[in-house]
Design a protein around this ligand. Structure first.
Ligand code: FES
Ligand SMILES: [Fe+2]
Length: 352
């Protein structure tokens, strides 16, 4: 039974809610952190997720080798093994710039400088890098921040039910842009699940891509929602996925990922109340690379229309709005909000 009301506005403005989102919500899920094609065998790259520095590697070996993820932090004195922003450079070993501890791409310590002179018995096997759960699925590398996230196939259940073959096709990342938004990430996520506004707010952009509202088909699963619309001879899929991601799939194998990440950190969760980061990734066949810049411009045109709306809604929610009734075309929002409500155990919290 779908809820007939939206989440109350205090959930968007409460520092206590923001503080709980990492442990109760974000940590339950996998996060797409890199394009699988950008991490070739024998290379490493660095990224940041929710303020946590992450190092991805793909050891070389026989056949396909699974990627690995580690906290990008030397176990000796905490220095990053590689600077954040490193892009898939070939490397056989990871050498800490501070005292030279040297790791293989599996995260095992190979050598420490002046190893016989530690004050206590020193065993390399005691000092591996801190590993994070890591998977490769579709064109992406996914990482979880805890050892027991939801199975990735559950998180992507609807994608795998509706478009598994299209999703699985390997393809390169053609373009990526990150932009700040002055709103709570949930307002941006709600908006991207909102099929009620598209014809009104995006008449010449997204609405043209999605076509007439009478052709909309919706589907729902435990962790995802789908708007499917006819597109040429095929289907254009817009999946809403936990925790804050939207996956768009076109029949010509283009794939877009739009995520709205809170900008707070564990140390300062309240800063996530009214700012988030929009991260747009475009994947597609290499043959479409020349068109990627125009495609990104098209995406950013409707996302700019959305930015004005969600930043305005942020001001509305900040003035203690009681949200109005839910339309049939807003069911993807309340479906997702029910999942968020349950995982966050909002019933145990109070407005404030
Ligand atoms: S901090 Fe890395 S070797 Fe000392
Ligand atoms: Fe929109």
């Amino acid at each position: 039974m779908v809820s007939t009301t939206f989440m109350p506005s205090w959930v968007y403005t409460s520092a206590a809610v923001a503080a709980r989102e990492l442990s109760h919500y974000a940590n339950r899920f996998w996060h797409p952190l890199a394009a699988a094609a950008d991490l070739t065998a024998g290379s490493a790259l660095t990224v940041e997720l929710l303020g946590i520095p992450v190092l991805l590697t793909r050891p070389s070996g026989e056949g396909e080798v699974a990627p690995r993820a580690f906290v990008n932090r030397c176990p000796h004195r905490g220095v990053a093994l590689q600077a954040t922003g490193g892009t898939g450079a070939a490397c056989r070993r990871l050498i800490c710039p501070y005292h030279g501890w040297t790791y293989d791409l599996q995260g095992q310590l190979l050598a420490a400088a002046r190893e016989s002179d530690f004050l206590e018995r020193f065993d390399r096997a005691d000092w591996p890098l801190q590993a994070l759960a890591c998977r490769e699925l579709g064109p992406l590398i996914w990482v979880a921040l805890t050892a027991d996230p939801l199975p990735l196939e559950h998180q992507l259940d609807l994608v795998l039910q509706e478009a598994a073959d299209l999703f699985a096709i390997p393809r390169p990342l053609l373009a990526r842009q990150q932009r700040p938004l002055a709103c709570n990430w949930k307002l941006a996520h709600d908006n991207t699940l909102d099929d009620y506004h598209v014809a009104i707010a995006h008449p010449t952009t997204l609405h043209r891509e999605q076509g007439p509202v009478r052709d909309y088909r919706h589907a729902f699963s435990a962790h995802g929602t789908l708007l499917a619309t006819p597109h040429g001879q095929g289907t254009f899929y817009t999946f809403g996925l936990a925790p804050w991601t939207h996956l768009l799939l076109w029949p010509d194998q283009r794939l877009a990922l739009i995520s709205f990440l809170p900008r707070g950190s564990t140390a300062a969760p309240a800063s996530a109340l009214d700012q988030c980061s929009m991260d747009v990734w475009l994947f597609g066949p290499a043959a479409l690379a020349a068109k990627a810049a125009g495609w990104m411009d098209d995406m950013q045109s409707f996302l700019e229309e959305d930015r004005r709306l969600v930043e305005s809604a942020q001001r509305g929610y900040g003035s203690q709005l009681t949200p109005g009734p839910v339309h049939r075309l807003e069911q993807r929002i309340v479906q997702w909000q029910a999942l968020y409500h349950r995982l966050m155990d909002l019933d145990s919290m109070h407005p404030g």
